[in-house]
Design a protein around this ligand. Sequence first.
Ligand code: NAG
Length: 212
Amino acid sequence: MRTLYILGLIVPLICYLLDSSLPKFYKFDPVKLQALSKASIEAGAGNTTVIFEHLVAALQEEYGTQHVNGLEKEKWFFNNAGGAMGAMIILHASITEYLILFGTPLGTEGHSGVHLAHDYFTILSGEQMRLDAGDIEPRVYRPGDQNYLPRGVGTQYVLNGWALELAQGWIPSMLPFGFLDTFTSTMDIANLWKTVYLTGVNIVGQLMLGKF
Ligand SMILES: *[C@@H]1O[C@H](CO)[C@@H](O)[C@H](O)[C@H]1NC(C)=O
């Protein structure tokens, strides 16, 4: 009984302390990411391939190649979540942050999910529209705009283009949202394996560099 009592106090306290110290572990700055994105959009002059290459080089220069992966065609995979589908590549994944390129030029629509992380979605090409419950008109985001979705908030979105997405918070808690559509819908096990494998390799690799 006493042990339960102590656990009931200690566990929430540890969780609270860990949670409130999360920002200490963050490496990426959403304001900086938006500035770099805008520079790459300008340099790419409407060519998304060029925008990606320019942006990844700039991110590697800013944050180091040990924290930002290069673009390799075979490292891309699909993500089905919340009814939406797009392709993505992991530039960085650790316990507290992920940085990815995500999108589709074909258009997709769905639920953002409700996460224990803040999300900064900077449009690189095309357009995103967002509807929060209670809105009548959509909010529209175009290249260079950053759509911020606070922790714990869910929204509906339409994406027809590509974005640089930064998430900061409890990244492992977000993963089930990214996996579950495999079992309820796509049954694309090879893609799931690629997702789990690449996410794991990145998180463990960053831990070994001391990046939580
Ligand atoms: C974009 O740039 C790449 C690399 O320079 C080139 O191969 C491709 O053809 C260009 N795409 C378009 C649509 O112009």
